[in-house]
Design a protein. Structure first.
Length: 237
């Protein structure tokens, strides 16, 4: 199953949620492939896999066959790292990633492939969206995140993107959120809004320094329920 975390606004929690989902699936002994499609290499940085010889750019430039850029990230998790030069590869077809993942055999080899595209609309994001079985659009309770998320969601709907889509409120904090924004998310997205928001979790900010913080924070905050909802799979399922 291919999961894509995408919003065309930056800083909404794509990389954080991709990481949390991967480590919780790994804790369930699921084999996960992370695909870092962002030139900021944030996801690769979480797992100490930056500036590698083979990257998501190499993968998209080729056919997917005999690819050498699978790096072990932690037990049960491999990663195809990001590339500073990703932006230069803007002329790829929108379905190249989906095709290459299949041709490489990764859709068979891994239980889950998790894609982390950049926070804007471009070739990599289109590839990430078109490859997805489930598209998760995170947004925080700020006015600009809500408006960006609405625009993104509506634009995808207008293009009849058939991918199953879920909007997820991230970094939810009743005390500090702009009043009324969460209710606006509910009114706007209805059945597409995930039932539970992801709380603001201070220790998730330490993702890059120690992955164990993320795992502990995810377990403590019961983020397993989020993983259940996006994978439609109960714990130990
Ligand atoms: N649930 C959360 N609780 C607390 N902080 C969070 C949460 N989710 C994300 N953050 C913080 O918000 C910031 C942006 O998150 P993240 O890097 O995951 O967003 P992104 O959408 O991947 O950004 P970009 O568009 O730059 O790739 C980071 O500092 C991260 O630590
Ligand atoms: Mg990111």
């Amino acid at each position: 199953m291919i999961l894509t975390f995408s919003n065309w606004k930056g800083g909404t929690g794509k990389t954080t949620l991709a990481t949390v989902t991967a480590i919780l699936l790994a804790a369930r002994k699921k084999h996960v492939l992370l695909f870092d499609a962002d030139s900021n290499m944030a996801l690769s940085g979480v797992f100490g896999q930056v500036l590698k010889d083979f990257t998501s750019m190499s993968f998209l430039s080729g056919t997917g066959e005999n690819f050498k850029g699978i790096y072990p990230a932690m037990e049960y998790i491999d990663i195809i790292p990001g590339d500073l030069k990703n932006m230069l590869l803007n002329n790829i077809m929108d379905r190249q990633l989906k095709i290459n993942l299949k041709r490489a055999g990764y859709t068979e080899k891994y239980d889950y492939i998790i894609i982390d595209p950049p926070g804007y609309w471009g070739a990599h994001t289109r590839n990430a969206v078109f490859a997805a079985d489930v598209l998760i659009i995170p947004g925080t309770c700020s006015r600009i995140d809500l408006e960006a998320t609405k625009l993104y969601f509506r634009t995808l709907q207008q293009c009849y993107i058939e991918t199953e889509t879920l909007v997820c409120v991230n970094a939810f904090n009743e005390k500090t959120n702009l009043p009324g924004i969460y209710e606006e998310y509910r009114a706007e997205f209805g059945e597409y809004l995930m039932a539970e928001p992801i709380p603001y979790v201070k220790s998730l900010k330490k993702l890059t320094s120690d992955i164990n913080y993320a795992l502990q924070a995810a377990v403590k905050n019961k983020l397993d329920r989020f993983v259940d909802a996006i994978t439609k799979e109960a714990i130990n399922g």
